[in-house]
Ligand binder design. Sequence first.
Ligand SMILES: Nc1ncnc2c1ncn2[C@@H]1O[C@H](COP(=O)(O)OP(=O)(O)OP(=O)(O)O)[C@@H](O)[C@H]1O
Length: 665
Amino acid sequence: MSYSSYFQDQGNLTMIDKASNDANPSLDETSSSYSKSDLAIFKASERSLMTRKTQRNTKVFRSAFQKFPATTPSIQKNTPIPSVQNNNNFTPSFQKSTPIPSVQNTSSFQNKSLTSNQKNTFQNNTSSFNNNQKNATTSSVQSNLPFQNNSSSENGMDKKQEHLKSENNSAVVSMQKRKGATYTFDGEWSDDDVWQPNSKKRYLESVVKNRDRGVLSEVNNNKETSSNHELSEEQQRIFDLVVLKRENIFFTGSAGTGKSFLLQRIISSLKARYGSESVAVTATTGIAAVNISGTTLHSFAGVGLGRGFASELVKQVQKSVAARTRWKSIDTLVIDEISMLDAQLFDKLEFIARTIRSNNRPFGGLQLVVTGDFFQLPPVSKDRSSKFCFDAERWKVCIKHTIQLTKIYRQKDSELIELLNEMRIGEMSDKSLVLLKQLENEPNYPDDGIRPTELYPINDMVNRANATELGKISHKLYTYTSVDWEPLRFGQLQTLCKSCLAPEKLELKRNAQVMLIKNLSKDLVNGSRGVVVGFYNQADGTSYYNGEDEAMADVKLLPIVRFTHLCEMVIQEAEWKLTSPGDVVLASRKQIPLVLSWAISIHKSQGQTLDRVKVDLSKVFEKGQAYVALSRATSANSLQVTGFRRDKVMYHERVKKFYQSLTTI
Ligand SMILES: Nc1ncnc2c1ncn2[C@@H]1O[C@H](COP(=O)(O)OP(=O)(O)OP(=O)(O)O)[C@@H](O)[C@H]1O
C-alpha cells in the first residue's frame, strides 16, 4: 500500500487493507429545491458575473430567464451604497471592478526566480520531485456540483419560486427578531445568518442562470481550491467513509496535505446528497470558518465563549430557539482546525448534543467529521492548562476512525518539504539548517507590485508593520475611536478589550488593506479581506471615491470597503459586549469592525496558503508556531525567514506521542 491509513476503533488501531466495496453512486444528484448549499454556488456565480464587468451580460442573463423578473439594482459606479446596521440589514452593492491594491494573493505563484544562493540548492531537486508528482496515483471522483444535469422544467421552477418565497419570508421574520439580538464579545453573531429578501433571490436567480448556461464549472475553476483536481487515493478513501458510509471520522496530516481541500469536497457532497440543512459546517476560528464557508463552532453551538459548566451551557442553548433548532436539525457536524479546540469544550459540546437532541448516543447521534493537525497551533489558553481534544473523555467514544493524509500538495520542492517535516517534529537536520540560513535572503520577486504577506508571532509586531504601511499612503487619515462602556467598573472592560479584536483607535486611509473582524453576513465574515476604496457620508448619502472628501473638515465619514470577492460595503460601527448569564451587559465596545491587514499574525494565518511570505520568527513563543508560519509558503523561492534560532522550533511531546501511536502498527 503506497499510503498509510490507520483506523482507530474504540482505542484499538487496525489497518484498513481493502477499499470500500460500496459502489460509488453518482455524486451529481440534483436538489429538488433551493437550499443554503446552493448559496455557495450562487456566490461564485455572482463573482463570475461581476468579473465580466458588464451590465450588458447581466441583462442578457436576466432576459434569458423569464420566470424570475429582474429585481437586482443596476450596477453603476458611484451609486450610494446601502449601509449596514449592526448586521441586521445587509444588501451588498456591487460596483465596477477596479484592482485591489496589495491584496494578499492566494493564486499560484508562477515566477520561479531564485536568489543566486537559493538557485544552486534547488535546481537538482525539483526535477526528481516533478517526476514523482507525475507518477502519483490519483483516483477519480465525479463532479459534485449539486445542479449538474438538473433539468429546469417549468414545474420545477414554480416549486423553486414557492420555496424561495417562503425562505424569504422567514428571512424577514428572522430579521425582525434580530432587532433585539445581543452579541457575544468574541465577535460572533448570536443569531442565525440572515438574507435580505432581494439579495437572496438575486443570488438564487444567478445560480439558475449560470447552471442553465453551463458556466458553473467555470465558476468553480475560479475557486481557490480548484474542483478540477482529483482526490488522491487516500483522500478518496476518507471521502467514501464519510459520504457513503456516514462514519464518524478524524482525518489529519501535515500542513498542505489537502485536509481543507478534501473537507470542501466532503461538505458539498454531503449537502448534495443529504440536504444542506442537515450539515453544520464549523471551524474553531473565524478565519478557518471563512475558508470553508462555514461558521465558528462557538457560534453554531450558541455557547458564547463556552465558559461555565456543561449544564449551564445546556440551559443557555435551550433558551435560544435558533441554537436549539440548529442542534436538533442537523445530522452531521463538521469541525475544521480541531487542534484549537480544547478537550474540556469538546466534552461540554458532546454533553450539550446528547441533552438537546435527547439522544444518548455519542454526540447525540450526530455524524462527526473532524479535521486538523495537532502539530499546528494548540488551543489558546491563558493558563496553558488546556488539554488536546484527543485527550477529551468522550473523544474515543465519538471518533471511530482516525486517518492520516500523507501526500503534501502545497509545496513542490522536496527540500522545503523535508525542512517542514523536520520542523513539525522538532528534529532539524544540518541540511535543513543550511536551507534556513539561505532563506534569510529576500527572494527575487518579479517587479509586479505584489508584496509578500508578512507573518508575525505577536500582535504588536503586526500592528507596527501595518502602521508603517499606512504611513506610506499619502491620502487623508481617518481615526475612529472606540466607544467603551462599563457600568460597574469591576474590570470587565479590561477583559473585554483583551479578547476583542477591535482596537481603541482605528486609523484608515483610502487604499488601506483591511480585514473584517465581525460577521456581517454569510459572505462577509470575521477574516474577510479587502481594501478601503472610499468614504461615505451617512448624513447626506454621498460616497467619495476619488479623494473629494480630503479637503472637507469635521465630517464623520464611514469607510467603503471592497472585499476580495468584489462586494463593496459601507462599514458601520459594530458592538462587542461582555455579558453575564441573564444577558446583563458588563462592558461593551463600539468600533468600526475593521483592522489593517498588510501583516497578519501567525495565528490568523493558520489554514491559509500564501504564495509570497515573509516570516519573522524572532518572537515566536508557542509550540507549532514556527511550523505553521513556514508551512504557509508554496515554495522556498517565495519564502523569506528572519529571526530563526533552533529553539524557535517547539512541539508538544504529547502530540508527538499521539501521532506515533497512529503510525506504529
Ligand atoms: N488531490 C489534490 N490534487 C491537487 N491539489 C491538491 C489536492 N489536495 C489538495 N491540493 C492543494 O494543496 C494545497 C493545500 O491544501 P489544503 O489547504 O487543503 O491543505 P491543508 O492540509 O488543509 O493545510 P493546512 O493544515 O496548512 O491548513 C491547496 O492548494 C490545495 O488545492
